[in-house]
Design a protein around this ligand. Structure first.
Ligand code: NAD
Ligand code: ZN
Ligand code: ZN
Length: 356
């Protein structure tokens, strides 16, 4: 079968690999209809995440179950499903403690031997472990793009919003309008109590998307950002902040705009350590949370996408085929800001819905 492959830093190719097989009774084999490219895939390609090379890549997918291990009971062959980037067993100590993202028996799909050596999802076929625990059925009315969004970006953005806990009457400020920040904006507006959502990003087309997905106010980051947010909050500041950019300047702004008693959720994966003004946070009784997105509430998000409460489709600005994937990785690595999220269709396998 054909699969995206990471042969060396700075390059992704499409390679012919052996078809995956069921290895454990709890496994499922999925025929992939569509996959997506994640910011983390770009970090892997750039050599930031693991020193290893020579493995299949990709962790976001939707497809149809082709084969099931004998212990899988909740799914049938032919079911249309998606699943989390990091499949989890629900029985190890980390899973028992609710830290499913860090399952001791798991790993991250398509991220190399040091991270579990699991199959890559930008492929024709993928083996997914612990199918009963991880997989989520995709209703017919949900597009491939929207299903993939549930599995990673919506789950992560919503986790940040839940950690920042905006209450009625309060404002949530979101820094960074990539797929994760846009997902925070969208879930905050549609399914949190936030009364006002303010989105900040230097790229105009991304600010437009933030508006479309529900932001009440959008702005480019500059010297006036903190003042403008204070004005929009009657001088109080933002009670809830999600940083989905993860750079020094957004963290500085977050510390400045967070209200007394406010909460900051840091979702960005910093490529280098940054400093935090703890004195400033202390004098505001502010709380800071950071961590990986919670991927265990996909069923709830899928239902909300199915009934139209959430619509992540506008984030998918581009699409390509598996053959075109290496060139799309090049464009993304060059930093084309107009490309927000890419749907990768797998030729020959069925797809539902289109990228906008
Ligand atoms: N915590 C998790 O579980 C998790 C999961 C997925 C991704 N991430 C991380 O979340 C971050 C966002 O992911 P993404 O896929 O949306 O990435 P992205 O690169 O598309 O988005 C980052 C956005 O930040 C904006 N930005 C840059 N400088 C800014 C500034 N000074 N002020 C405001 N905005 C600024 C960029 O224009 C861009 O739109 C990345 O660091 C990614 O690695 C974390
Ligand atoms: Zn991802
Ligand atoms: Zn586990």
């Amino acid at each position: 079968m054909r699969s995206a492959f990471f042969p060396e830093v700075g390059r992704v190719t499409v390679a012919e690999l052996p078809d995956p097989e069921l290895l454990n009774p709890t496994d499922a084999l999925i025929r992939v209809h569509a996959a997506a490219i994640c910011g983390s895939d770009l970090h892997i390609r750039a050599g930031h995440i693991t020193p290893e090379t020579g493995f299949p890549i990709g962790h976001e997918y939707v497809g149809e179950i082709e084969a099931l291990g004998s212990a899988v009971t909740r799914f049938s062959i032919g079911d249309r499903v998606t699943g989390p980037a990091a499949p989890y067993c629900r029985s190890c100590e980390m899973c028992q403690r609710g830290q499913h993202q860090l399952c001791q028996r798991g790993g991250i799909l398509g991220s190399g031997p040091a991270m579990g050596g699991l199959d890559g999802a930008q492929a024709e076929l993928i083996r997914v472990p612990w199918a009963d625990q991880s997989l989520v059925k995709v209703p017919e009315e949900v597009s491939d793009a929207a299903a993939i969004a549930v599995a990673d970006i919506l789950s992560t953005g919503w986790s940040g919003v839940r950690q920042a806990r905006p209450q009625p009457g309060e404002t949530l400020a979101v820094f960074g309008c990539g797929p994760v920040g846009l997902s925070a904006v969208h879930t905050a507006k549609r399914i949190s109590a936030a009364s006002q959502v303010i989105a900040v990003d230097p790229v105009e087309s991304r600010r437009r998307l933030a508006r479309k997905l529900g932001a009440d106010a959008v702005m480019a980051p500059d010297d006036a950002t903190v003042e403008v947010i204070r004005d929009l909050t009657r001088g109080v500041g933002a009670a809830a902040v999600v940083d989905a950019a993860g750079v020094q300047s957004t963290m500085d702004m977050a510390c400045e705009v967070v209200a007394v008693g406010g909460r900051i959720a840091e979702l960005g994966i910093a490529s280098q350590p940054f400093t935090l003004d703890f004195g400033r946070l202390l004098m505001k009784n502010a709380t800071i949370w950071t961590g990986l997105g919670d991927l265990t509430r996909m069923n709830e998000l899928m239902a909300l996408v199915g009934d139209g409460t959430l619509d992540p489709n506008p984030m998918f600005t581009h699409s390509c085929t598996l053959d075109e994937l290496p060139a799309m990785y090049d464009r993304l690595a060059e930093g084309d800001p107009e490309i927000v999220k890419v749907l990768v269709t797998v030729e020959g396998n069925k797809t539902a819905g289109e990228a906008t």
